[in-house]
Design a protein around this ligand. Structure first.
Ligand code: PRP
Length: 216
């Protein structure tokens, strides 16, 4: 039995289509059930439906053998996982952004942090670990404001000087008067695998992994 951690966010449909091509199809439609575990009887597998950021932990701890997860969540979690496949969907960018024409936006472009003298830059994000790492690398002091959603609002409502968040089409930034200052990471969906499952269930996993990695 293979247990698959499935993200319930934007990439769920693409992930299900990819598993269907590998012969792993849930017995029930996730859009019409409130069940969080759905078997895929034809393939001796089952799906667990999870919030995207929780996928790495479920897989690292062995509650799921494999999972689908954006590279952003893989790195933010710090989980010890195998990530053998870039699935090629869910592509977006993790970016530092700030209000158009603000001191921070102008300052960052000319190589300064844009923060007031003696103050750290206040940066709102769902990615505190990746944000801390990016600022440490640049030697810029940062005061991280951890949020769980609508991060753009923090820069507009003056909770923060800047944000680090995902940009897909750029519409959310555009419609809230924000601009990208720097791209920190290119993101796409990865297949992540539990290290022990990869050894102990290789025979079961390999055919699925091969078909998941095949041409789109
Ligand atoms: C994501 C991300 C941005 C937005 C970017 O948020 O955090 O807010 O999408 O997409 P765009 O560039 O196409 O406008 P999501 O919609 O997942 O909701 P959240 O902010 O509540 O996490």
């Amino acid at each position: 039995m293979i247990t698959v951690a499935l993200p319930k966010g934007r990439t769920m449909q693409a992930a299900l289509e990819r598993f269907a091509r590998a012969g792993v199809v849930p017995d029930e439609d996730f859009s019409s059930t409130r069940k969080l575990i759905v078997p895929a009887s034809s393939a001796q597998a089952r799906f667990l439906l999870l919030k995207d950021p929780d996928v790495p932990l479920y897989v690292e701890r062995g509650a799921a053998d494999v999972g689908v997860c954006g590279l952003d969540h893989v790195l933010e979690s710090g989980a010890d996982l195998l990530a053998p496949l870039d699935l090629g969907f869910g592509t977006c960018r993790l970016c530092l952004a700030a209000g158009r024409g603000t001191g921070v936006a102008n300052g960052w472009r000319s190589g300064e942090s844009g923060a007031e003298l003696g103050r750290s830059l206040r940066v709102a994000t769902k990615y505190p670990r990746l944000t801390a790492r990016a600022f440490a690398r640049r030697g810029v002091p940062v005061d991280i404001v951890p949020l769980s959603g609508s991060v753009e609002l923090a820069a507009v409502a003056d909770l923060a000087d800047a944000i680090v968040d995902l940009v897909e089409t750029g519409r959310t930034l555009e419609q809230n008067g924000l601009v990208v200052l720097e791209e920190l990471l290119q993101v796409s969906a990865r297949l992540v695998v539990n290290r022990a499952s990869y050894r102990l269930k290789l025979e079961e996993l390999l055919p699925v992994l091969e078909r998941l990695g095949g041409p789109a």
